[in-house]
Write a protein that binds this ligand. Structure first.
Ligand SMILES: [Fe+2]
Ligand SMILES: [Fe+2]
Length: 254
């Protein structure tokens, strides 16, 4: 079996597991419970952070829709995975929306995240750049936010939502690991270098703007500095595993 046949079979299996793993917003979450925040956290703070998860889900669902509308990718197994991811992302957004409504509503999208999402969608590397930016960088950060929320917000309702969302996200990551290396391999060395630099710049801009806007509060600025410390290193590792090494990685391989 060639590598290509192997990836086709893996994408079919992934689509199958996505079909059988679909959960239902009404039946699989007990909405009779209310959000439970720790005593030191104001509702407005929780709403602001969780609203970014909601907007991230909406943006990812828009990207899936755009990729499906673009007929360049016509392989059945890829379109199946993207179609199922679209359903997943819409369900995730609906779950966060419902939780946020119980907290008083959805806050606007953070300016830095807004700029990163727009730049990722309309960058010089088309669909591949957008997929790498969303799959690796933006969803990677949002998943880290899941982890932090799980640690600081011991709310059973939010924990159930994040658990179900997390199962789906693991499948999306698996899709990227199968699909993206093939597309990256088709690029020249120069294109790969430029793509890596563009992704790093995108992350750096979003990180700088997140930090600058939080200077007013020392405790929050310290938290963000810690959060961002080593952040790119994690993404660089993920990109390397997809065949997009950093300058250092390229030198070591040479
Ligand atoms: Fe999602
Ligand atoms: Fe996702």
């Amino acid at each position: 079996m060639t590598r290509k046949d192997n990836s086709v079979a893996r994408l079919y299996r992934l689509a199958q597991s996505a079909r059988s793993g679909q959960w239902n917003l009404e039946h699989d979450i007990d909405w009779s419970r209310r959000p439970r925040l720790p005593f030191w956290m104001r509702r407005a703070q929780a709403r602001k952070a969780l609203s970014q998860l909601y907007h991230g889900e909406m943006a990812t669902s828009d990207l899936c829709e755009a990729l499906l509308a673009d007929a360049t990718e016509d392989r059945y197994e890829v379109r199946s995975c993207l179609g199922l991811q679209l359903q997943d992302e819409r369900r995730h957004a609906a779950a966060y929306q419902r939780y946020l409504e119980a907290l008083g509503g959805i806050d606007p999208l953070d300016d830095g995240l807004q700029r990163a999402l727009t730049a990722a969608r309309h960058g010089p590397f088309g669909n591949l750049g957008a997929m790498l930016a969303y799959h690796v960088v933006i969803e990677g950060e949002l998943l880290r936010l899941h982890g932090v929320l799980a640690q600081f917000v011991p709310c059973p309702l939010l924990r159930d939502i994040n658990r179900l969302v997390g199962h789906d996200e693991a499948r999306h990551v698996a899709f990227g690991k199968i699909y993206l290396p093939e597309a990256v391999q088709a690029l020249s060395d120069d294109e790969r270098r430029a793509l890596y630099a563009w992704l790093e710049g995108l992350w750096q801009d979003a990180a700088d703007s997140a930090l600058n806007r939080r200077r007013a509060n020392l405790a929050i600025a310290t938290f963000f500095r810690r959060w961002l410390g080593g952040g790119w290193t994690r993404h660089a590792k993920a990109l390397d595993s997809l065949g997009l090494p950093s300058a250092t990685g390229r030198e070591q391989a040479a």
